[in-house]
Write a protein that binds this ligand. Structure first.
Ligand code: ZN
Length: 654
């Protein structure tokens, strides 16, 4: 029997492994990087300190400590970022990024207005606490139970200890629900004492977005959030939306018992009137804004934050629709622009004042509309993705000068390429690019054509010396992929990516550049065992499970294995007819094959336990936890040959 593992259901939760604490081998900023970073001080209105005033407004108690898990491991360490406070940007950090890194450092409990509080800077996201007549309504309980509980305790230190009566998930991303078991008990939800409210489609999207490409997204998320980098001025300073993601954290999910289904829906929860505005297909597939008429307060979920957000995130995802995004921002402006006195989101700090709110919403709308229409305009002139990114170097000046339109999380450069991808796909229309050689083959030929490794290195050193870092990176990439053991090439490529990172305004760009440099120097760190997320596993439907199974079948190896499988989940009373044919597994829900090669029955609960490694498929098939009518050995053979995802694949080397 081959090694038998059915359980590697990795979900791409944006969780960090513990990051490096030791001194980094990172190098200083070059003189050219120093000068370029210095030039940013003239480019943007740094004397405008309104964001700092807003980020501090209503501060009740700052948070400057460490949140630990039950084993005493650090989950969230705000102190790791003390180096940012009170200091000017060093040469190794873009001053605009340094500025938002300082803003995101302003953390603790804040009063937004009477009866509306926020916990900020205790996780990547914010937790908003609304005081109802007799209890609390929480919006978005952070990523982890540990940080959510600590945040709520910080609130209780200053306000009456009233029970949580409702939790609202603003959208389907894990930083907006993962800590839910830290603030409520599922038994109270089942007993009807606590409402869990979410936009329609939330539950499916909360898990499905992270499943099929989960292992690869997880790997790329390490780069995007700079999880493996030390926290210092040559390492990770921020993640754009907040400081970063928690480590060693417990991620949970309680299914909502109230789904918002209408485009606009008003509910009264514990004396608080809330108008829900569904915004499907914006920043997340299931998302909603909320307006609180009594408080003249608008919650924009994650649809309007103090950055240009991602049309496509660097960790990988399905591309978003910036046109729809702009449409819903305009809708919010029309509905609430003349009413709201304060606007907050589930990242960053609030905006106070009607004029400020109207400008903010209109500017954000224009920004996402710009991405869509201007990319399309250039597509129709025949420009390709990199050409469009080169042409659209900036938003129109007035918009570009607004801090909340800057490239901290998304970027103009990668967002316009994402819009291209949405409309046109991977092919740029040039037949020379239709069937390119893969990187190792191309690298070997480029290196030979350029006169060998030494000649490439010499060229790259010249480019590096001249500050032409983007070109140096392209040249060296060919050499590293042709000769991955060429130490000089790796080192110079690391130095090059590092300078690009130091110059980036965008936190996620900086993080990916510096992560690449780190791995070129130190190699790829071993995969570490990650905390399971049992709630997420349980939330997988059988269909999602079978989809994931299909992804793990190597079609060429299984090409001759024709199998008809009837797979029943007795506790759900659900049948699935699976067909393995031509190496691919397809499924029909609610169907059975008339004559199957394999016929089995088990509970979904047992499948969850297998996925959580509490027991094994083989064991259960042997002891009768899984009941076979027929075909036991055939199925075991199939499952025994499943492909394993590589959790720590190479990115900067072949
Ligand atoms: Zn978020």
């Amino acid at each position: 029997m081959p090694s038998f593992r059915l359980s590697a259901l990795a979900l791409a939760l944006i969780l960090s492994p513990a990051y490096a604490e030791q001194a980094t081998p990172a190098k200083p900023a070059s003189e050219i990087t120093r000068e370029r970073n210095q030039a940013w001080l003239q480019r943007l209105p740094f004397s405008d300190r309104a964001d700092f005033d807003n980020a501090r407004r209503g501060l009740i108690e700052p948070f400057g400590g460490v949140v630990e898990n039950a084993e005493g491991q650090p989950v969230w360490n705000r102190m790791a970022y003390n180096f940012l406070d009170g200091n000017d940007a060093p040469a190794s950090v873009n001053p605009s990024l340094w500025r938002i890194a300082q803003l995101n450092n302003i953390s603790g409990l804040f009063e937004v207005r009477e009866r509306v509080y926020q916990v900020r800077g205790m996780d990547l996201s914010n937790m908003t606490i609304i005081e109802g007549d007799s209890g609390l309504i929480l919006i978005d309980p952070l990523i982890s139970t540990e940080t959510a509980r600590a945040g709520l305790e910080l609130y209780y230190k200053h306000r009456p200890r009233k029970p949580v009566l409702a939790v609202i998930y603003s959208h389907s991303h894990v930083d907006h629900f993962g800590g839910v078991r830290g603030v409520i008990d599922e038994a109270d939800v089942k007993a009807g004492k606590v409402q869990v409210i979410a936009p329609g489609g939330f539950y499916e999207h909360a898990v499905s977005e992270n499943v099929l490409a989960g292992p690869a997204m997880m790997r790329r998320a390490q780069y995007m959030y700079g999880s493996l980098l030390p926290r210092d001025e040559r390492g990770q300073v921020d993640a754009g939306l907040g400081k970063g993601t928690p480590s060693n954290a417990t991620v949970t999910l309680i299914a909502p018992n109230v789904l918002i289904a209408e485009a606009l829906e008003t509910r009264n929860i514990d004396g608080v009137e809330i108008e829900f505005q569904l915004t499907p297909g914006t920043e997340a597939p299931a998302e909603m804004n909320m307006y609180f008429p009594q408080f003249k307060t608008l919650c924009m979920a994650e649809n309007a934050t103090h950055t240009q957000h991602n049309v496509l995130t660097l960790r990988g995802a399905l591309v978003r629709d910036s046109k729809v995004w702009a449409h819903y921002l305009d809708d919010a402006l029309v509905r609430y622009g003349d009413k709201a006195e304060v606007l907050f989101a589930q990242h960053h700090w609030p905006t106070w004042g009607g004029n400020e709110i109207r400008d903010y919403l209109a500017d954000q709308r224009d920004m996402y509309a710009f991405l869509d229409s201007q990319t399309l305009r250039l597509i129709n002139q025949g420009l390709t993705p990199t050409e469009i990114a080169a042409r659209l170097q900036s938003l129109p000046p007035r918009l570009a000068s607004k801090w909340y339109s800057r490239d901290y999380y998304g970027s103009l450069s990668h967002n316009v390429r994402a819009v291209y991808q949405r409309y046109m796909g991977f092919y740029d229309g040039n037949p020379a690019n239709l069937d390119p050689l893969p990187p190792e083959d191309a690298g070997q030929r480029y290196v030979a054509a350029m006169g060998g490794a030494d000649a490439v290195l010499q060229n790259a050193r010249q480019a590096f010396g001249a500050g032409d870092y983007r070109w140096a990176a392209q040249l060296l990439n060919h050499l590293v992929f042709a000769e991955p053991d060429n130490a000089a090439a790796r080192e110079l490529q690391a130095d090059t990516l590092e300078q690009l990172g130091y110059q980036s305004e965008n936190a996620t760009w900086r993080n990916v550049y510096l992560s690449g440099a780190l791995e070129l120097r130190q190699g790829v760190a071993e995969a570490r065992a990650r905390n399971g997320a049992p709630d997420m596993i349980r939330a997988l439907t059988p269909s999602m499970f079978f989809d994931y199974l299909a992804v793990r079948i190597d079609a060429m190896k299984a090409a001759d294995e024709d199998l008809l499988i009837n797979w029943r989940f007795s506790d759900l009373d659900e049948d699935y007819a699976l067909t393995l044919r031509n190496g691919v597994l397809t499924q029909r829900k609610g169907a059975r094959h008339a004559q199957a090669d394999v016929d089995l029955s088990m509970t979904k609960a047992l499948l969850d336990r297998i996925a959580l490694k509490e027991t094994g498929f083989l064991k259960e098939a042997t002891i009768g936890g899984i009941e076979f009518e027929s075909g036991r050995l055939k199925l075991l053979k199939l499952l025994g040959g499943l492909d394993e995802a590589n959790p720590q694949f190479n990115l900067v080397t072949p």
